[in-house]
Design a protein around this ligand. Structure first.
Ligand code: SF4
Ligand code: SF4
Length: 111
């Protein structure tokens, strides 16, 4: 059965240092294929197997880059106006009153 835990790396906050990838005891993180808006190759979740141990979060030097979600199904769901999918909505790491699409990372409720 797929893990209900989830690790969210906000690509544009990631500097591509790879510390979280090396630190994950379950080897469920890897570098993404593409680059973020600053030209770094961000880390991302392979998609399954996270135990929500938090090691990556505490290893990451960039505040706001990593969010560890224990039981992704507890998150609110909604339609993303950017990617058009019905997705889980994750509180923004800098302003939890705002939500991001867990899939395309875009903010949904602009101020
Ligand atoms: S929370 Fe733990 S298991 Fe999940 S990605 Fe981070 S280090 Fe790996
Ligand atoms: S430790 Fe943080 S900055 Fe470094 S690759 Fe992982 S998410 Fe990106």
């Amino acid at each position: 059965m797929a893990s209900r835990n989830h690790i969210f790396v906000l690509a544009d906050e990631c500097k591509g240092c790879g510390l979280c990838i090396d630190a994950c005891p379950l080897n469920v993180l890897e570098f993404a294929d593409g680059l973020n808006s600053m030209g770094y190759r961000p880390a991302h979740y392979k998609g399954d197997g996270c135990s929500a141990c938090g090691t990556c979060f505490y290893t990451c030097p960039e505040p706001g880059a990593i969010t560890v979600i224990r039981n992704v199904e507890s998150l609110e769901k909604g339609n993303c106006k950017h990617c058009g999918k019905t997705v889980f909505l994750i509180p923004d790491s800098r302003d939890p009153s705002r939500k991001r699409c867990i899939d395309c990372h875009q903010l949904l409720n602009e101020k």
